[in-house]
Design a protein around this ligand. Structure first.
Ligand code: SAM
Length: 234
C-alpha cells in the first residue's frame, strides 16, 4: 500500500495547508467518509440533491466537490453539474467519474457572473479560509433567482446526543480514521473544525450577510448535519 505523508491543516485554514491535507486524504476519501459516518453520507447527499432540486437543462456548480462524489449524486437529476475544487489530488482521485471537473479556489471562482442556476457546497465551506468571501463568490456566479444549498456538519440539537457525538468526534473518530484513511491526521482536523464551526443560526447569519435571501435551514441526523438554503434575488 502506498504511504502518504501525514498532513493536517491548522484551524486558521491556510489554503495551501488545506489543499495539501486533502491531497493526502484523496486516495481513500470516499471509503473513509462512509465508514466514519456509518453510511449516513449517502443519505446526506441524497437530501442535498432533494434540497437543490436540479432540473434537466440547468447548470449547477458543486463547489469544493473533491473527488466528485457529491457531483455524481447531483447529476442523477439530469442537470449539467460541474465539480470545482482546489485540491489537485482530490480531483485526480475522482478522475474516473464522468463529471466535468475544474480546478479553482472558492474565494476566487474561475466562472463568470450569473452563470449557474444553483450553487452548492457539501462539507466544503468549513474548510474555506474566508467563508464570507466564499459565500459572496457563490452569489456572484449564481444567476438572478439562483439557489444556494450548503450541506455542512452542524450542532446536534438534542443535548444528550450532542454530548455523545462530541465524545465520538474527539476520541473514537481519529481511531477509526487511523484504520481506514490514507491521512488519519486530517481527521483530527475534521473533529476540531466541526467543534469550532458556527451553529445553524450563526451560519444562516453569515449566508444572509453575504447577500443571499430567504435563508432557511433544515437539520439532518438530529443536527449532525444541516442543510442551509438561500436564493439570489432576481
Ligand atoms: C470534505 S471535502 C468535501 C468533498 C465533497 N464535496 C463531498 O461531499 O464529499 C472538502 C473539499 O473542500 C475543498 N476545499 C477547501 N477549501 C477550498 C477552497 N478554498 N477552494 C476550493 N476547494 C476547497 C478541499 O480541497 C476538499 O476537496
Amino acid at each position: 500500500m502506498a504511504k502518504t505523508e501525514s498532513v493536517r491543516a491548522s484551524l486558521d485554514k491556510q489554503p495551501h495547508e488545506v489543499a495539501s491535507m486533502f491531497d493526502g486524504v484523496a486516495r481513500r476519501y470516499d471509503l473513509t467518509n462512509t465508514v466514519i459516518s456509518a453510511g449516513q453520507d449517502r443519505y446526506w447527499r441524497w437530501a442535498t440533491r432533494q434540497a437543490i432540486d436540479p432540473r434537466p437543462g440547468e447548470r449547477v456548480l458543486d463547489l469544493a466537490a473533491g473527488t466528485g462524489v457529491s457531483t455524481v449524486e447531483l447529476g442523477k437529476s439530469g442537470a449539467w453539474c460541474v465539480a470545482a475544487d482546489f485540491s489537485q489530488g482530490m480531483l485526480a482521485a475522482g478522475r474516473s467519474r464522468r463529471v466535468p471537473m475544474v480546478a479553482g479556489d472558492a474565494m476566487a471562482l474561475p466562472f463568470a457572473d450569473n452563470s449557474f442556476d444553483a450553487v452548492t457546497i457539501s462539507f466544503g465551506l468549513r474548510n474555506v479560509a474566508d467563508i464570507d468571501l466564499g459565500l459572496r463568490e457563490m452569489l456572484r456566479v449564481a444567476k438572478p433567482g439562483g439557489r444556494l444549498v450548503v450541506c455542512e456538519f452542524s450542532t446536534p440539537v438534542v443535548p444528550v446526543f450532542r454530548t455523545i457525538y462530541l465524545e465520538y468526534l474527539m476520541k473514537a473518530l481519529p481511531r477509526v480514521a487511523q484504520a481506514v484513511s490514507s491521512n488519519p491526521d486530517a481527521y483530527v482536523y475534521l473533529a476540531e473544525s466541526i467543534r469550532a464551526w458556527p451553529n445553524q443560526r450563526q451560519l444562516a447569519r453569515h449566508i444572509a450577510d453575504a447577500g443571499w435571501s430567504n435563508v432557511k435551514w433544515r437539520n439532518l441526523t438530529a443536527g449532525v448535519v444541516a442543510l442551509h438554503r438561500g436564493c439570489k434575488l432576481g
